[in-house]
Design a protein around this ligand. Structure first.
Ligand SMILES: Cc1cc2nc3c(=O)[nH]c(=O)nc-3n(C[C@H](O)[C@H](O)[C@H](O)COP(=O)(O)OP(=O)(O)OC[C@H]3O[C@@H](n4cnc5c(N)ncnc54)[C@H](O)[C@@H]3O)c2cc1C
Length: 374
């Protein structure tokens, strides 16, 4: 019922808005209250914080439905939900008691800040510095490409707490309050796609973070973040699936209506091949996502399965979006046609939350260590 309700809401309320966000200055921010009313900000919050505590398979289906209508809304909810899951698991009891339930509301959007100008795929080279002071830390540095950053209330931030420890050993996860003095956000303009999703550079200028906003244990921050990404990747895979499904639907309907050489182009085998290959890749993506989500639900977290789902679904979405434009010919090359936007929106899915090259690295490393696919 929830998935059906989200499908109806997304197609009726988000689709048109998303088209507007692609060309104007507005963003998914304007729909946050409606998304909160639908329960979209509480999907991964635990029940004792008033959340829906959604299982991963339902969650992935919801992200898919959002992405079908609005890839920007889908990534907004995915980033918020991934962060919420890890705040519920690693934030101190004091922080959870005071703030976790509020994360279901539009005023408490969450963001996840790991990337920096010189620390992209290589998160262990994080430079943002947290210095110990009485009662907490003072944090200075800049985080790049932060989704939800324009209006997020809470940021989960990877910082270096021990300047003398090299690489991951000196890293910790802190919760930074967006209302704290010294927090500045610069909106990034000119993105190729998902323009309705707010992306910022987050500047932290000597920001105070109290002790009870340390997540888990000092020095183990990278582990907290990488654990979050394992689940986050299922969200991005589901976003890719929603984009791909929208492309296939557009292709199929255009192939039936466009007439050339006296017949609908869907009668030509070359067009049928593009549709058939896309349908198979769509189904394969769905099955990989289902499997990765099932393993999380069964308590058998499996980074390789999440990486496989993310790698395959994101690459497939790009191939499918390419074919969708091809099937539409010149019509698909202009903004008026939705596939033009979907083609651009799909592009980021092979980049964020770990590039395709990094997913392959995760898969191969685990496989070589274990010697088999679990
Ligand atoms: C729209 C958008 C939203 C984003 N949202 C967030 C967010 O909310 N929070 C956040 O923290 N980050 C976010 N990011 C950042 C994103 O996660 C990074 O862009 C991504 O991790 C890749 O880092 P990079 O761009 O610095 O590329 P680099 O790491 O510089 O990589 C450049 C190229 O080199 C390849 N490469 C790098 N290392 C290796 C290796 N070891 N082996 C093989 N190839 C390699 C990469 O695959 C890529 O092709 C976002 C990015 C975008 C575009």
């Amino acid at each position: 019922m929830l998935i059906e309700a989200v499908r109806t809401f997304a197609r009726n309320e988000l689709l048109e808005a998303d088209r507007r966000w692609d060309t104007g200055d507005s963003s998914v921010r304007e729909m946050l209250p409606a998304l909160a009313d639908m329960g979209m900000l509480s999907l991964s919050l635990p029940e004792d914080a008033g959340g829906l505590n959604c299982d991963m398979r339902t969650y992935a289906a919801i992200i898919r439905e959002l992405a079908y209508a609005s890839p920007s809304a889908a990534v907004t909810i995915s980033v918020h939900s991934m962060t919420a899951t890890h705040l519920a698991e690693f934030a101190t009891a004091a922080w959870r008691e005071e703030h976790l339930a509020d994360c279901a509301t539009a005023d408490s959007l969450l963001a996840f800040a790991i990337s920096e100008a010189d620390a992209g795929s290589d998160a262990a080279s994080t430079q943002t510095q947290a210095t110990r002071v009485d009662g907490g830390y003072r944090v200075t540095g800049s985080k790049m490409w932060i989704s939800n950053g324009a209006c997020a209330r809470w940021f989960m931030v990877l910082v270096r707490t021990d300047p003398d420890s090299e690489r991951s050993a000196g890293l910790s996860a802190l919760i930074v309050d967006g209302n704290e003095s010294g927090v500045e956000r610069d909106r990034i303009h000119g993105k190729m796609g998902i323009r309705g999703s707010d992306t910022v550079v987050l500047h932290l200028n000597d920001v105070f973070v109290p002790d009870d906003q340390l997540m888990g244990v000092e020095g183990q921050g990278l582990r907290v973040f990488l654990g979050a990404l394992d689940e986050g990747r299922i969200g991005i895979a589901a976003q890719s699936l929603g984009i791909a499904q929208a492309c296939v639907d557009e292709m199929v309907s255009y192939a039936a209506e466009r007439v050339q050489f006296g017949k609908p182009i869907g009668r030509f085998q070359a067009i049928q091949n593009m549709i058939a290959d896309s349908a198979v890749e769509l189904e394969a993506s769905r099955l990989l996502i289902d499997r990765a989500a099932y393993l999380v639900d069964a308590g058998r977290k499996n980074p390789m399965a999440s990486s496989m789902a993310k790698l395959y679904a994101s690459e497939a979405a790009n191939r499918i979006a390419y074919r969708a434009v091809q099937v539409h010919g010149a019509t698909g090359y202009v903004h008026e046609c939705r596939v033009e936007q979907l083609y651009r929106d799909a592009r980021v899915t092979t980049i964020y939350e770990g590039t395709s090259e990094i997913q392959r690295y995760v898969i191969a490393k685990e496989l070589i260590e274990k010697g088999f696919v679990d």
